[in-house]
Design a protein around this ligand. Structure first.
Ligand code: F6P
Length: 545
């Protein structure tokens, strides 16, 4: 058994959680519950009162955090210690949103100047594209950006751009291509004019199959429209930490925006990987996004654990995953612009915390990262919320909503908000058999039928949720929100003593995919794999069933 599950605090939490009364009762017992269990910082407000907690639970959870040396681990990340021990890397996405006057050392050198230089290069480029000074090969201004990348080099730019739609520069549109499925790029290129299209290739490693293949196809398409090899420099730029490989690939050295080893793929939107965002919303808004994240960094680094928003959210997730058997966590955004956020947080959390050995290689004997999923409200209320309310799985939920809409229209926002709050209330209080029966009192059903229907209408309640509010969705609040979830993910990893910054499972997929590709292109049928894989490869080679 690991030290973690052997600890007195762990055992105390196990005993404590099984005795805690229903949340209805906890609310009845303490009229100050909302005031005591809510926190405001960085333009965000977190109400965590609708959780299976009382003061004792919180005390135990924060003890667990202390025993895990959380404060030291937070400091180690910000200091640039090599905390990604399997890839021997520092984890310094926080440096990307630092202030120019800060000094942050990685591998013996202050990295802030190069971060600032890259921001300046981005600013110059964004200005020239937005102003129309940057001309395509026939002298026309750019109207469309095609962003090519996958994983963190796709989700961050895409979801943030989508979220900041009200801030887009008039006259520029962006299209995102990730999947190696040709349909993705072919559909995106339909209707685009090569003369006014700019391709941004984003790949930290410059070795990801999907991105390289899509870029080559984009180049072929571009040349097939009548452009020449010399015209490529006006239409293709790259963001990468592997400048040598990008140059070998044919990228013009002036058109390469650098990033660094110490930025993890799923934490990279703050680097030049965010170039498509900056092109759409302008550099001032991009910097406001960085500033929001920086505010959250400051909050995270300097706030005592019991008032620390990412720590609170992380410890609640630990509570459900490790002491209530919950295996999934749902993100419900009550804002159409934030509809992509669950997919972003899914990569962030599942690629980070989907691990089963500790930093020193010991097998864990406790659950780590849950399945993260979700969608936009109110749509989900007419679909999967049924399972949240009455299913057998316990699925903690985060409800996220801006108080003001970018599109105030009649009663829409009031209705949206009432649905959001109504759902958290229903999840918390549920409906008892007696309440369900009382609701049927005027119906024409006989007593046994009433009892049967009432039974089906019972909702146990006691289902946990957080509610996260902001005044309005702006670049700054969005930056703070994303950084909040980044740090939440980090804290969970710290408690579980895992490395949240590598992704060997994903790397294996890449490796095996390449092996199979070789066999698909070989002269003979595959024979060396397992019988299923051989047969599938050979069926594919045949091209028909
Ligand atoms: O999916 C694995 C991963 O390594 C992600 O972490 C990363 O964001 C993505 O691949 C793309 O990698 P790259 O930016 O190097 O092309």
């Amino acid at each position: 058994m690991t030290k973690l599950t052997q600890s007195t605090t762990w055992k105390a939490l196990q005993a404590h959680t099984s005795q805690l009364p229903h949340m209805r009762e906890l609310f009845a017992q303490n009229p100050q519950r909302f005031e005591q269990m809510s926190v405001k910082s960085c333009g965000l407000f977190l109400d965590y009162s609708k959780n299976r907690i009382n003061d004792d639970t919180l005390e135990l959870l924060f003890s667990l955090a202390k025993e895990a040396n959380l404060t030291d681990k937070i400091a180690a990340m910000f200091n640039g210690d090599v905390i990604n021990n399997t890839e021997h890397r520092a984890v310094l996405h926080t440096a990307l949103r630092s202030k120019a006057e800060q000094e942050i050392i990685a591998e013996g050198a202050n990295i802030v100047p190069e971060v600032q230089q890259t921001l300046a290069k981005m600013a110059e480029f964004v200005e020239s594209v937005q102003s129309g000074q940057w001309k395509g090969y026939t002298g026309k201004a750019i109207t469309d950006v095609v962003s090519i990348g996958i994983g963190g080099s796709f989700l961050g730019p895409k979801i943030v751009s989508q979220a900041l739609r009200p801030y887009w520069h008039a006259g520029l549109n962006c299209h995102f291509v990730a999947n190696v499925d040709a349909t993705s790029i072919c559909e995106k290129l339909k209707g685009l004019n090569a003369e006014t299209t700019l391709f941004v290739m984003s790949s930290k490693s410059f070795g990801t199959q999907e991105t390289l293949t899509n870029t080559l196809s984009a180049k072929e398409w571009f040349l097939a429209q009548g452009a020449t090899q010399q015209d490529i420099a006006k239409h293709f730029v790259a963001v990468t930490s592997n400048v040598t490989k990008a140059t070998e690939f044919g990228m013009d050295a002036n058109n390469i925006f650098p990033m660094w080893d110490w930025v993890g793929g799923r934490y990279s939107l703050w680097s030049a990987i965010g170039l498509p965002i900056a092109l759409l919303v302008g550099m001032d808004n991009f910097k406001a996004l960085l500033d929001g994240a920086h505010q959250m960094d400051e909050h995270f680094a300097n706030t005592p654990l019991p008032q620390n928003m990412p720590v609170i959210m992380a410890m609640l997730s630990v509570l459900y995953g490790n002491f209530h058997g919950s295996q999934s966590h749902v993100i419900l955004t009550y804002d159409h612009y934030l509809r992509g956020l669950p997919a972003y947080f899914q990569q962030l959390d599942m690629e980070s915390n989907g691990k089963s050995v500790t930093l020193d290689g010991t097998d864990v004997d406790y659950s780590t990262g849950p399945v993260i999923w979700g969608g936009e409200g109110t749509n989900g209320q007419h679909a999967y919320h049924q399972l949240l309310h009455q299913g057998t799985a316990l699925i903690p939920a985060d409800f996220i909503m801006p108080l003001q809409s970018h599109n105030p229209l009649g009663e829409h926002h009031d209705q949206l908000a009432s649905n959001c709050f109504g759902q958290t209330q229903a999840l918390m209080q549920g409906r008892t058999f007696e309440e369900a029966l009382a609701e049927l009192s005027n119906s024409k059903l006989d007593e046994p039928q009433k009892a049967l229907i009432a039974k089906h209408k019972v909702m146990s309640g006691n289902k946990p949720s957080n509610t996260l509010l902001m005044d309005k969705l702006t670049p700054t609040t969005l930056g703070a929100l994303i950084a909040l979830y980044e740090h939440r993910t980090f804290v969970q990893g710290a408690i579980w003593q895992i490395n949240s910054f590598d992704q060997w499972g994903v790397e294996l997929g890449k490796q095996l995919g390449n092996d199979v590709l070789e066999r698909i292109g070989a002269d003979q049928d595959a024979t060396e794999l397992d019988s299923s894989s051989n047969a599938l490869v050979n069926l594919y080679r045949q091209g028909k069933l």
